[in-house]
Unconditional design. Structure first.
Length: 275
């Protein structure tokens, strides 16, 4: 059944003709004028691109369909943002947004599917116990203290903490009042970003301004943990801990503290993401 749906979708996608560079430029101008039909044309003419990329990212046919759905959302976002001033074809520009959608979905799906129910319950209990302990003593408990409080082995506590949910600071959590921007909007893909030559310097300048409310260590931790400002991979807590000669838990607390500051200053983040 899944295979039939996929084959039919591929067949339907081929009904829409590919666009020339000139047509893409004209449509980009129309999109700026608020022409919804122009957005639709850019999207439908590039459905095959999403399919092709989804095949590379998927592990089975069922996942391909899910990735296509997510990729189409990225494609639509690209269609709304595309400008002929970028000096690239729309497909090259859209590929960046499509891949971002894939990564967001795969990251989320991986947590939902692979996190055992018991560990999820432990994670919630752990968060509650940490908060209660902090209110009572003014600091967060150590792994050993949590293990004693929850009557669990310390390695279980460490494993649950490794999921890095913290105080439920998910990358999908909104960071502006309109719920339109998330921390994912800060994370670059490993593929070439066709806008880079146009906005990269401005983006980095705004990023640094946004992070001015953080101290040097908080800036460094966020950049390394979330792949900001050209750092393409997430650096483990333990690695950063060795860099600063402190524990992995201290790095985790630094990350949470920095996120709280950013969430409290949403206007700057909104201005950055709207670049």
């Amino acid at each position: 059944m899944t295979e039939d749906l996929l084959l039919q979708y591929i067949k339907d996608s081929k009904k829409y003709p590919l666009l020339s560079a000139e047509q893409e430029a004209e449509l980009a101008d129309e999109v700026k004028k608020g022409n919804a039909k122009a957005v639709e044309t850019l999207v439908t003419s590039n459905l095959r691109l999403v399919i092709k990329m989804a095949k590379r990212f998927s592990s089975n046919e069922a996942q391909i369909l899910e990735l296509i759905q997510e990729g189409n959302m990225g494609l639509m976002k690209a269609a709304r943002k595309f400008s002929k001033s970028f000096k690239v074809r729309f497909s090259s520009y859209a590929a960046w947004w499509i891949k971002q959608s894939f990564l967001r979905y795969l990251n989320s799906a991986d947590k939902i599917i692979k996190l055992p129910v018991r560990k999820e319950l432990l994670m919630r209990q752990l968060s509650q116990e940490e908060e209660s302990y902090k209110i009572r003593y003014g600091t967060l408990p150590s792994y050993q203290q949590l293990a004693e409080i929850m009557n669990e082995k310390i390695d279980i506590i460490a494993q649950v903490k490794s999921f890095n949910y913290g105080e439920v600071y998910s990358l999908d959590d909104p960071v502006d009042k309109e719920n339109t921007s998330t921390l994912y909007d800060f994370i670059p893909c490993n593929t070439y970003n066709p806008e880079e030559e146009v906005i990269d310097n401005e983006f980095k300048e705004k990023l640094n301004k946004c992070l001015e409310i953080l101290n040097d260590r908080e800036k460094d931790v966020l950049k390394n943990r979330y792949g900001l400002d050209g750092i393409m991979t997430s650096t483990p807590f333990a690695v950063l801990g060795k860099k600063y000669s402190i524990s992995a838990e201290s790095i985790r607390q630094t990350q949470l503290r920095a996120l709280r500051k950013l969430r409290a200053d949403r206007n700057k983040i909104k201005a950055l993401v709207s670049v």
